[in-house]
Unconditional design. Structure first.
Length: 207
């Protein structure tokens, strides 16, 4: 598994180095930025697992539109915020806005690294889900109009004879279309096909 990359936004060079050292000691890679504007300009690769650690005391990181700016720039990385005791209220608001966690400095090592571990695990799961959805959606788009109709009826639990009746065709033709649907969707069984549809929210059988 590829080593996760932690993006550290900290304007204070000494504190930035300290945070990087702590993270690297736990086996992660780090990349440092002096401001939120800088990380937005150099948006990290969406394909790599990781998270952001952002010090709210950076002027441009404390702005209420930070998460909106990150989202518009294409980031899907979880964000862990750092701040002083005077930033607690802002930290609570940030968590409501989408931050993964908030820590006052100096951070408690075990809790901080635990939060990073959790953020990375969540990001990996989200990335896997996104990749799966893109793959299945691409396979769905390869189905012909008739195959899509057969797909919809099959995931609703219709038997071949019922599908043939509803589509006004023969059972033999339905079997051929069903075989192509299973092949294109890379499903080994009807149960797997139905499970795939449910995960996509297609239990109603509509596209």
């Amino acid at each position: 598994m590829e080593t996760a990359l932690i993006h550290v936004v900290e304007p204070d060079p000494a504190l930035r180095a300290e945070i990087e050292h702590l993270i690297q000691a736990c086996g992660y890679l780090t990349k440092a930025y002096g401001s939120a504007d800088e990380i937005i300009r150099k948006m990290p690769d969406r394909e790599r697992a990781g998270c952001m650690v952002i010090d709210m005391q950076a002027r441009d990181a404390a702005a209420p539109d930070l998460f909106d700016r990150l989202s518009k720039a294409g980031s899907n990385l979880p964000v862990i915020l750092l701040g002083g005791h005077s930033d607690v209220r802002a930290g609570v608001r940030a968590i409501k806005a989408g931050a993964e966690d908030f820590f006052t400095k100096p951070v408690e090592r075990e809790e901080f690294i635990g939060a990073i571990d959790s953020a990375i695990a969540r990001h990996r799961l989200a990335s896997e889900r996104e990749s799966w959805v893109l793959g299945v959606t691409a396979r769905l788009q390869r189905l012909t109009r008739r195959e899509r109709e057969v797909f919809e009826l099959v995931i609703r639990g219709r038997m071949n004879k019922q599908v043939a009746f509803e589509l006004g065709t023969t059972e033999r033709t339905v079997k051929a279309h069903r075989h192509k649907v299973m092949e294109k969707m890379q499903a080994r069984s009807v149960v797997e096909l139905v499970s795939c549809a449910e995960r996509l929210g297609l239990s109603s059988g509509t596209f």
